[in-house]
Design a protein around this ligand. Structure first.
Ligand code: PMH
Length: 387
């Protein structure tokens, strides 16, 4: 494995053992013979698609899902041979690329099948999963008429319908009524498909919330995203997680500069923070260009196991924190994660930013190196700025 380094004291740590254990626990939780599809889109929810894919496959996942073709190709080019499903819509002119790289595509309109047929030159069929829109309102076939037309365009030898799936809009909410409606619609549509003589080998509807809560509704595969990363699908579900899981993601920096300021002195752009007394201010090398957003002004980070506030406006590459005492330059600052028993979780950052934990872990730019830890030791460093 390539061993790189980085020269700015700000990094994301990804604990691969947590990913491994989370996936093992998911595999144990779902009924026997249920395939676990590890969702590694958006660079593995910010954790690193390749590293998460490898760990998830070792732990028992048997295939992967990504959002678009470029993400699938990036995994293939890095040596991943497991099946990969593209969840989004692929341009029909790219079907040959999918076939030649053994990439499974999502299909959800007769129009797309027509166009794909026109572009296809390779002999082998395109492997497809048919997406049904049972109420998410995003992509998918919604009606019987559409489905009939779609099926009539499925020429044998050109298309191989390996799978059928849908996605729930409210599986992570306490009120399960809309979920139940979607589930029943999926069953009805699936019956239509089977009545037309199509027997999909893989049927899946479950995201993390569904696989955790509705074990009897999983068909023969599940698409596991957020829970594999050790994060909860929603705040409502915090007390409804039947498996052990641990977040793999943490964010750290080090104090680069420290100074004493006097009562009345100000900190940062706009001079928005004014010291009320003599104070120690530390500067850390992380800013909004890294994903540490300006809205996180006044939020807390951890220094020596204690919470300290971010003061003044967050700059592009740096921000300032108020310390209770002078600490050495180089002191560890944890922005997401634990120091001793004190934790700032991705959920807490999400709540402060009025968003969800999914968005928080996806937020950090490629400028922040990812340090991969296994059995307590660094096994890989990914620094996109390295030559
Ligand atoms: N399947 C599909 C089609 C998805 O879009 C997602 C997540 C998952 C599975 C995994 O869901 P989980 O992480 O809750 O397990 N997609 C998104 C999204 O588009 N925005 O937020 C999550």
């Amino acid at each position: 494995m390539e061993q790189l380094t980085f020269y700015r004291d700000t990094w994301i740590e990804i604990d691969l053992d947590s990913i491994y254990n989370n996936v093992k626990n998911i595999c144990k939780h779902v009924p026997e013979n249920t395939e676990v599809i590890a969702v590694v889109k958006a660079n593995g929810y910010g954790h690193g698609a390749l590293q998460v894919a490898e760990e998830a496959l070792t732990a028992g996942a048997s295939s992967l899902a990504v959002a678009f073709m470029d993400e699938a190709l990036a995994l293939r080019h890095r040596g991943i041979t497991a099946p990969i499903l593209v969840l989004g819509i692929t341009r029909p002119q790219d079907v040959d690329l999918a076939v030649s790289h053994d990439i499974t595509l999502t299909a959800c309109s007769a129009e797309w099948l027509h166009a794909a047929k026109q572009h296809k030159k390779t002999k082998r069929p395109v492997c497809l999963h048919v997406k049904l829109d049972t109420g998410m309102g995003r992509i998918g076939i919604r009606e019987m008429g559409e489905l009939k037309e779609f099926i009539s365009c499925l020429d044998e030898g050109i298309f191989d319908v390996e799978g059928v799936y849908t996605h729930f809009a409210t599986a992570d909410e306490l009120d399960t009524s809309y979920f139940e409606e979607q589930y029943q619609t999926f069953r009805t549509m699936l019956a239509w498909i089977e009545a037309e003589g199509i027997q999909p080998r893989k049927v899946h509807c479950a995201n993390s919330a569904t696989l955790l809560r509705f074990k009897d509704k999983l068909f023969n595969a599940v698409r596991s995203g957020i829970i594999m990363y050790g994060l909860t699908p929603s705040v409502e579900m915090n007390s409804l997680i039947p498996i052990e899981k641990k977040p793999a993601f943490s964010l750290h920096s080090r104090i680069a500069h420290i100074k004493k300021i006097s009562k009345g002195d100000t900190v940062g752009y706009g001079a928005t923070y004014q010291a009320e007394a003599e104070e120690w201010i530390g500067t850390i090398p992380i800013g909004y260009a890294d994903g540490w957003l300006r809205k996180l002004q006044d939020f807390s980070v951890l220094v020596n196991g204690k919470r300290v506030p971010v003061v003044g406006r967050i700059c592009m590459d740096q921000c300032m924190i108020r310390l209770t005492e002078k600490v050495p330059v180089g002191t560890l600052v944890t922005l997401i994660g634990k120091q001793g028993d004190t934790e700032v979780s991705a959920e807490e950052v999400a709540s402060y930013l009025e968003t969800i934990n999914y968005e928080v872990v996806c937020l950090f730019s490629s400028r922040v190196p990812r340090v991969y830890i296994q059995k307590g030791a660094v096994v890989e460093i990914v620094n996109h700025l390295a030559p």
